[in-house]
Each structure stands twice: as structure tokens, then as C-alpha cells.
Design a protein around this ligand. Structure first.
Ligand SMILES: O=C(O)CCC(=O)C(=O)O
Length: 390
């Protein structure tokens, strides 16, 4: 905000100039960041320059460039003030931050300007959930000792799957359900889809506030601003990629495993599908949380009336770092229960748990299995996929 003051206060700036010794360099205007590994596209550059010349008439600009200016200005203004701690998924309560905590590292992103005709032109930045290949450390063959250690770890992980839990009616946690090869496959697919059209972006609202995560939707796009599922993403005019068949298969298997667990808990005459109905996913929201990512308490209630009324479950896959997941009957964080979601875990909430308030309180950095990170180059953080049926 050092940059910002002189522009907001032209009178002050003039006075300073009048009283300073002539040799003192006067910071008349801020400069764009000095270290840039990619040239800024022309429109973004124009927008940046326009922001610096706030007081100049903007009528020469087309509306889509004006919108970029507004977005940039919003980040400068609000980045300083801080934001209310939470907003909803329908704007009021999703945890949001401004700034680039979740943005790709410098030099690892590509900036694209969306089509102004389709979307009103907010620039989107493609995000790669994996580090570039060149960052991959040279891998030596593991020693026998290391191999044994890894095998032991895997055996211990397998035991964890016996810790499956029925957290409450309709809410099942399957520990370490996704096997290593499935995890590698999911991360690979999400990476490929995520850097393509309709891939990861940092979603936000018209006032410039952003969610503190990167998001990609499969099947249809979910828009935080409108709370609607749509064919075309409003911010850049792209279509959501399809849900890979392999993902659907894993969802089906997870629901079957949950039914078995419900049966175990409730006895043989209990109709398991009444507690946890079946679901055929046609929507998936993929979130990537970096170390400081979070998501405020909210309900998932933008699916169709029939889907919600029938309590068709949300199936959630967790990969990478561990998260503290909150859930409860109200939006009050202090009254919420907390459960750790670790790499490979699948959480299912349907039936009478379909409308729980839930969110992600924090990510535990460095908790992802080393082997998975080495193999996939997944960035530090957590990948979450939530499948739903519209
Ligand atoms: O990341 C998670 O575990 C939860 C994601 C979520 O609540 C959502 O996408 O609606």
C-alpha cells in the first residue's frame, strides 16, 4: 500500500514535492513488480497502468479492460484492509482471502484473458497442481532398508482402513480407501485437466473477494457468485471437462463399501439405502488447497431439488496433505465436530447428513506421503474432489 497512498492523495503528494529537497527522489508513481518471468499480456498491462492513473478518464477503454482494472484495484484495496473471516458458498459464508496465497509461483503460470464477449472478461490463470518436471529431484534407487521401511508403512496404512467410521447416520468415513495407484491416477488426471480449458482457477466474487483455494469443476461448472451449476463458466467462457470414468467407478465402490459399513452398524434388517442412498455422479468440484487454504462452514445445496430431497450423498476424496474437516448442524464453528481427513480417505455424507454444515479449518503442511509426492510431484497442499448428482 506504499504504492497506493500518493495516488489517493494528490494534494499530499504535491505538498511533499514542494517541501522536499530537490535531490530527494520522489516516488511519484509505483512500478509494476520488477521480477517478472513472463511478459504481461497487453490487456493486463493496460489495466495495471490504468490503475496507476486512477484519476485519468477511462472512457477510451473497452468495458472488459475496465473490469480487469476493477479486479486489480479491488485486490489492492482489500488486500490491506483484510476481509470478514467468512462468507457463504452463496457468498455469505465461504472463507475467502484476497491476494495470491494460492496462486501459482511466479513463472509457473500462464495468463489468459477470457473472451470478453462470453464472460465480461475476468482474466483467469491456469494452475498446475504439480510442480514442474525440472524441479523433480534426481531419484536414486531406494536401498533395501528403505524399501522395507516403505512396505512396513504400507502395511500400517492398510490396517488404518479398519478404522472406517460411521460418524453419524448417513455420514461415513472410509480410511485410506483410495489405493496408491488410484491416488497417482487421480492426481495425474486432475493435473492434466486442471491446466487445460475449464481447468483450475481461483474463484471469487464480483467485488474482487476470492476463495482461498483453486477450483475446477467437472461435468458442469459451479459458480460461487450465482450459486448455479452452468454449462459455460461465466468468468472465462470455458466448458467443464467430463468426469473421468475411473473416478465414477471409485465413487461407486466407495458407496458400496459405505453400505457394508452401515449394515455392520445397524444390523441385517436395516435398509441401508434408506440411510445412504445410491448416487451416480454427474458433477464434481475439485479443490486444491495450498498450505494456508481453507473453506468456511457451508451447506451443499445447489444441486437439484430432487437430489437434495432424496439425500443423494456427496462423496469426497482427499489426497495429499491432511485437513481438519469441520461438520455440524449449524454454521457455528465453536459447535462443529472435527475429523482429520488424510491422504486416501473418502468421506460420504448423504441421507439425513446431506445438509450438514461443513468446511475445512486448516491444512497440515508436509503430511502427504513422501512416496506419493515424489511420484506425482503434487505441490504442497491438499487435493479434494467432491462428487454429486445434480
Ligand atoms: O475440501 C473438502 O473436504 C470439502 C470441500 C467442500 O466442502 C465443497 O467443495 O463443497
Amino acid at each position: 500500500m506504499l504504492l497506493y497512498l500518493p495516488l489517493r492523495s494528490p494534494v499530499l503528494a504535491t505538498r511533499c514535492r514542494a517541501f522536499r529537497a530537490p535531490t530527494t527522489p520522489i516516488p511519484l508513481r509505483p512500478r509494476p513488480p520488477a521480477r517478472r518471468s513472463l511478459p504481461l499480456p497487453r490487456q493486463v498491462k493496460m489495466a495495471w497502468e490504468d490503475m496507476l492513473h486512477d484519476h485519468h478518464p477511462r472512457s477510451r477503454q473497452p468495458p472488459h479492460v475496465r473490469q480487469v482494472v476493477q479486479t486489480l484495484k479491488a485486490s489492492v484495496h482489500q488486500g490491506d484492509k483484510g476481509l470478514p473471516p467468512s462468507f457463504s458458498k452463496n457468498k455469505e459464508h465461504l472463507q475467502v482471502v484476497l491476494g495470491t496465497g494460492d496462486s501459482p509461483a511466479r513463472g509457473e503460470c500462464s495468463t489468459k484473458i477470457g473472451s470478453p464477449d462470453l464472460c465480461g472478461s475476468v482474466p483467469s490463470v491456469s494452475f498446475d497442481i504439480c510442480l514442474p518436471q525440472k524441479a523433480r529431484p534426481i531419484k536414486l534407487n531406494p536401498s533395501l532398508l528403505q524399501q522395507n521401511r516403505e512396505k512396513r508403512k504400507e502395511r500400517e496404512q492398510a490396517k488404518i482402513s479398519n478404522q472406517n467410521m460411521r460418524l453419524q447416520p448417513g455420514m461415513i468415513l472410509l480410511k485410506n480407501f483410495l489405493k496408491h495407484n488410484d491416488q497417482v491416477e487421480i492426481i495425474g488426471q486432475c493435473q492434466r485437466l486442471g491446466v487445460g480449458s475449464g481447468g483450475f482457477y481461483q474463484p471469487g466474487y464480483e467485488d474482487g473477494a476470492k476463495l482461498s483455494l483453486q477450483m475446477m469443476c467437472l461435468g458442469k461448472n459451479w459458480d460461487p457468485q450465482t450459486s448455479l451449476y452452468e454449462d459455460i463458466r461465466r468468468v472465462d467462457g470455458t466448458k467443464a471437462p467430463q468426469i473421468p470414468l475411473h473416478f465414477k467407478k471409485l465413487v461407486e465402490e466407495a458407496i458400496q463399501a459405505s453400505h457394508a459399513l452401515v449394515q455392520q452398524h445397524t444390523g441385517s434388517s436395516h435398509p441401508v439405502k434408506a440411510e445412504l442412498p445410491n448416487m451416480l455422479p454427474d458433477l464434481c468440484i475439485v479443490n486444491f488447497y495450498s498450505n494456508n487454504g481453507k473453506l468456511g462452514l457451508h451447506q451443499d445445496k445447489d444441486e437439484s431439488r430432487e437430489s437434495l430431497d432424496q439425500g443423494l450423498p456427496v462423496v469426497s476424496f482427499s489426497l495429499g496433505d491432511t485437513a481438519d474437516f469441520l461438520y455440524g448442524d449449524s454454521r457455528d464453528v465453536n459447535k462443529a465436530n472435527s475429523v482429520r481427513l488424510e491422504n486416501g480417505d473418502v468421506l460420504i455424507f448423504g441421507g439425513q447428513s446431506r445438509h450438514i454444515f461443513h468446511g475445512v479449518l486448516r491444512i497440515h503442511p508436509g503430511t502427504a506421503p513422501k512416496r506419493l509426492v515424489e511420484e506425482t510431484l503434487l505441490r504442497p497442499g491438499r487435493l479434494n474432489l467432491t462428487f454429486r448428482q445434480f
